[in-house]
Design a protein around this ligand. Structure first.
Ligand code: NAP
Ligand code: GLV
Length: 316
């Protein structure tokens, strides 16, 4: 009796396809890999999908898929598809390397603010020896992590280990040494009132869309700093700009936008107190991602339960 060849469909920009297909071929040479929009394939023959933001409606045309693997940690690109076939498990990308890179990014931008590095950059441009920008006191600079999941907990630990007081906010209470945990809507205002640098690493869901708005900024201490490395859909850009111009926020670092790429005429690009980066806080390592997807496929093949499966009701 012949065993059916298993197939994986990559749904990603065709120009980048090789980045993902090569490490999959290296780790699972028996898998037949098709690239959507490049290869001809029989939709009924596809077993697994690897993607990040598949075109809405595409997944429902694949009647026999057994699992969908996300190329990233955030899965809002899948849940935006109202026709996502919910009987098919959606597996998030979770890996310590991704969390570590996010922590590096958050620490880098918090320290640029905390140590007033932008002022020294300006002084250097002027060839001016200005010693008049003392760093803030580390013990008095409270870091608040918005979203204490796989990534948020690693970021919180990184700041704690640098000597900052750190708090975290999540739906459920956490027990992370040296980090005070706030949980749920009822404790959000107290968390915000004690946060000088807010790092947003929440998933984008119906509950969190637009959460970084003027009402929230008003609950932070005056002169707080915002770092958003989660999703552009969390932030209201005009509220960020007016909070900075009015002095409620001292500045912001934004890595994510809605839409992406950030349009050239967006005022965020040129605001002197906003740092913009093009969704690079942490890039998925293709080899690590391929291994994670292949490990998931092996679990399915051996009849074991998948890990890091998205809860469609929660939305993350
Ligand atoms: P995760 O493990 O699912 O953690 C999500 C955290 O958010 C959890 O602590 C969760 O609370 C909390 N949360 C969710 N909804 C909430 C709500 N309504 N109120 C309070 N807390 C809520 O996700 P992750 O792996 O850490 O990733 C987080 C996000 O980072 C991703 O969704 C993605 O958007 C973003 N990301 C961005 C980049 C980049 O390069 N910019 C790279 C990777 C990831 P509970 O723990 O109580 O469930
Ligand atoms: C990147 O944005 C991710 O969700 O991993």
């Amino acid at each position: 009796m012949s065993v059916k060849e298993e197939t994986l469909l990559l749904v990603a920009p065709v120009t980048w396809a090789g980045i993902w297909t090569a490490p999959i071929a290296a780790q699972a040479p028996e898998l037949k890999v098709f690239v959507h929009d490049r290869d001809e394939y029989d939709p009924a023959a596809i077993d697994y999908v690897l993607s990040f933001r598949p075109p809405p409606g595409l997944l429902k045309t694949l009647p026999n898929i057994r699992a969908v693997f996300s190329l990233g940690a955030g899965v809002d690109g899948f849940l935006a598809d109202p026709e996502y076939p919910r009987q098919v498990p959606l597996v998030r990308f979770v890996h310590e390397s991704l969390a570590r890179e996010m922590a590096h990014y958050a620490v880098l931008h918090a320290l640029l603010f905390h140590r007033r590095q932008r002022n020294f950059d300006a002084a250097q441009t002027d060839h001016a020896w200005r010693q008049s920008f003392p760093p803030r006191k580390t013990e008095d600079t409270h870091i608040g992590i918005f979203g204490m999941g796989e990534i948020g907990c690693v970021i919180a630990a990184a700041f704690r280990d640098l000597g900052f007081p750190v708090t975290g906010w999540s739906r459920t209470r956490k027990d992370l040494s040296g980090v005070r945990s706030y949980a749920g809507e009822a404790e959000r205002a107290e968390f915000l009132a004690g946060t000088d640098i807010l790092v947003c690493v929440l998933p984008l869901t119906d509950d969190t869309r637009g959460i970084l708005n003027k009402d929230l900024f008003a609950q932070l201490p005056r002169g707080a700093y915002l770092i958003n490395i989660a999703r552009g859909g969390h932030q209201v850009p005009e509220d960020i700009i007016s909070a900075i111009d009015g002095g409620q926020l001292e500045g912001a670092t934004l890595d994510v936008f809605d839409p992406e790429p950030l349009p050239p005429n967006s005022p965020l690009w040129s605001h002197p107190k906003i740092t913009v980066t093009p969704h690079v806080a942490a890039l998925t390592d293709p080899f690590v991602m391929a291994k994670s997807a292949v490990d998931g496929i092996r679990l399915i093949q051996s009849g074991k339960p998948l890990i890091n499966v998205v809860d469609f009701e929660r939305g993350y």
